[in-house]
Design a protein around this ligand. Structure first.
Ligand SMILES: [Zn+2]
Length: 625
């Protein structure tokens, strides 16, 4: 029920869709048609303020149902309807405040409005916290009787039965209270890591090949490793990881604390492992996780083929090194697209999804759902926000006209269409789609866009650039994220077995694993020793078993896009049904009904097959040159 769906984090970790603030301009000079219209949510800040005052007064009224949920089906229905309505209104208030703040982060009034909403949300959560434990105490048998007695409860059946499903892992009131009281401690490892990595860490300064000094902090490193000049990216990577390695004992200690936290909660809740505990929330079988790791390991020969192709395209005559992996694959092809051209390409690319889908896209373009351009103080990056349930989704872009910007537009529109169809089909209580499927609709649209662009582009250089861009996506999303997922699993296994989790142990584990993934022993890529410390700069390791979803979303989207673009009308209909289903089922079931079974190898196999077809074509183009 979080007001902002977690789509932004993905762009940040994959590093593909994140645009930087260039060419900032004065917002007042941007034509209205390129800015979003927040007036559909509230006509003015005053109107927002009035509604916030009304809702804030209503929040405590949820308490009138405390201790009464088992009284009757009617009382339970009224309680859930009240909670759902308040949540929906809070979400609308929050979305307005946060998007107003993102327009110009220098303005203090919208920042204050956002903070007010965070506080009001926290208060609502506290006031409503009695609901789930009380439903558990009412018990499954009584809940089933209530469901049969009052049809208003129908839309809450999934939610009510899901609470019952987790009953074996819910503790007594006193024990739950202790776990809740421990929550502020539970964030310590991640908080300390974040402060060290983002604020206090003494990042080094190096001299580039032209003698210019440059600081290798996180942003600097991300830019420097893409430098065309080999010497520069080598120096930057070596300096960055050597510096991190000097704090290996500290990073090892924070990582150990994080694993111990996860172990504490999984044991308290009577789970066999931390992986089992994490995946039980969205009801995902553990085998989905382990099967991905096994499948990607089996597919390493295809990954090595990509790495050899990269070496050939970069013209590296000696060994390819790890510090070469982010350098441009092809000399940049300077394609520029106006917003109107981008819209035209996206509409043409999405044609396989049918006229209704296209008509909603036209509404998004014509009715100011998007905020297109960078401007002074505007938040960087890109996102789609579907939290204003009764209005329509909104998108923030920082559009600069490159192909990656067109791709980002298609990506965010994927989220928007998912929200639009779910919000207009499902009741609020079932509209919010689960994280496991959140990146499917967006990645699906990127796949359709690249397929379409390849039908339009005939010249070899541009085709190579587009195909190369696709391979970079697979490398970053499927292979790299699965390697992270495997590393995380092994670290948690060490914790479960009581083995010491230290900086040294983690560095050895990470280096060995990276050498295996990148074919170090076969000299596919030379993984230099300082790469051992790369793990310590990945913040996602403090979010248990999160990153594998980037890889599974990608393979699910590839499989679904393949089926739809092959012209299967039933496949298209199943996909549109998935977009309309929100969170009305468990994620594995949603995807199964869409046409892809994540408990099998099919989605990964289809992705790897497509990857090899792309490499066939690239090699054919290269041999013509
Ligand atoms: Zn996304």
């Amino acid at each position: 029920m979080s007001p902002v769906r977690p789509v932004l984090a993905v762009a940040a970790v994959i590093g593909m869709s994140v645009l930087t603030m260039g060419q900032a301009r004065d917002r007042a000079k941007i034509e209205d048609q390129y800015t979003w219209s927040l007036a559909e949510i509230y006509p003015s800040v005053e109107a927002w303020r009035a509604q916030k005052t009304t809702i804030a007064a209503e929040v405590p009224t949820i308490r009138r149902f405390a201790g009464r949920l088992g009284d009757s089906a009617q009382t339970l229905a009224e309680a859930l309807e009240t909670g759902s309505r308040l949540d929906k209104e809070l979400s609308r208030l929050y979305v307005y405040a946060s998007m107003l703040a993102d327009q110009d982060t220098r303005q203090s009034e919208p920042q204050g409005m956002q903070q007010e909403m965070q506080q009001l949300y926290a208060e609502f959560s506290a006031q409503a916290s009695f609901i789930e434990p009380e439903i558990l105490r009412v018990g499954s048998a009584a809940i089933e009787q209530f469901l049969a007695a009052d049809p208003r409860l129908g839309i809450y059946a999934f939610y009510l039965r899901d609470i019952a499903r987790r009953a074996a892992h819910t503790l007594s009131d006193a024990e739950e209270k202790i776990l809740a009281d421990a929550q502020p401690l539970a964030g310590s490892a991640s908080n300390i890591y974040g402060i060290l990595a983002n604020a206090d860490f003494p990042y080094p300064t190096i001299a580039l090949s032209d003698g210019r000094p440059v600081k290798v902090d996180q942003a600097g490193y991300a830019e420097l490793r893409t430098r065309p000049k080999r010497e520069d990216r080598q120096r930057a990577m070596s300096a960055f990881f050597t510096a991190l390695g000097a704090f290996s004992r500290t990073f090892g200690t924070t990582m150990n604390s994080s694993v111990q936290r996860a172990l504490f909660y999984s044991k308290s809740r009577k789970y066999g492992s931390t992986l089992e505990a994490t995946l039980d929330g969205p009801n995902i079988p553990v085998s989905v996780y382990t099967r991905l790791i096994d499948g990607v390991n089996r597919s390493l020969p295809s990954f090595h083929r990509y790495l050899r192709l990269r070496k050939r395209m970069m013209g590296v005559t000696d060994d390819l090194h790890y510090y070469d992996l982010y350098a441009p694959l092809v000399a940049s092809v300077d394609l520029q697209y106006t917003p109107e051209e981008a819209q035209r390409h996206v509409l043409a690319a999405m044609a396989p999804l049918g006229p209704d889908y296209l008509s909603v896209l036209r509404r998004a373009f014509g009715e100011r759902w998007l905020d297109w351009f960078p401007s002074e103080g505007k938040r960087s990056g890109a996102y789609s926000n579907g939290g204003a349930y009764d209005v329509h989704p909104y998108m923030l872009l920082n559009y600069q006209g490159q192909y990656t910007d067109v791709s980002t537009l298609a990506h965010e529109l994927g989220h928007t269409m998912h929200s639009h169809y779910s919000n207009t089909t499902q009741p609020y209580a079932l509209a919010n789609y689960p994280t496991f499927v959140a990146e499917v609709a967006s990645t699906f649209n990127e796949a359709l866009l690249i397929d379409y662009m390849l039908t339009q582009v005939k010249d070899d250089a541009t085709r190579l650039a587009l195909l190369g861009n696709y391979l970079e996506g697979i490398k970053a999303t499927v292979f790299r994220q699965t390697q992270f997922a495997e590393f995380e699993l092994r670290v948690h296994e060490m914790g479960l077995k009581g083995e010491p989790i230290t900086g040294d142990a983690l560095a050895k584990l990470y280096l060995d694993m990276t050498k295996r993934y990148y074919g170090h022993d076969q000299r596919v890529v030379i993984v230099d020793d300082d790469i051992a410390h790369e793990w310590s700069y990945i913040p996602h390791f403090y979010r248990d078993f999160y990153v594998f979803q980037y890889a599974t979303s990608f393979t699910a989207a590839e499989a679904l896009a393949t089926k739809v673009t092959e012209g299967d009308a039933a496949a298209k209909q199943r996909y549109l049904t998935f977009l309309s289903a929100g969170g009305s089922k468990y994620p594995i079931d949603l995807l199964k009904e869409a046409g892809v079974d994540m408990t099998t190898d099919e989605p990964l196999d289809l992705t790897i097959r497509k990857m090899n077809r792309v490499m066939d074509e690239m090699e054919a183009i290269l041999s013509r040159q």
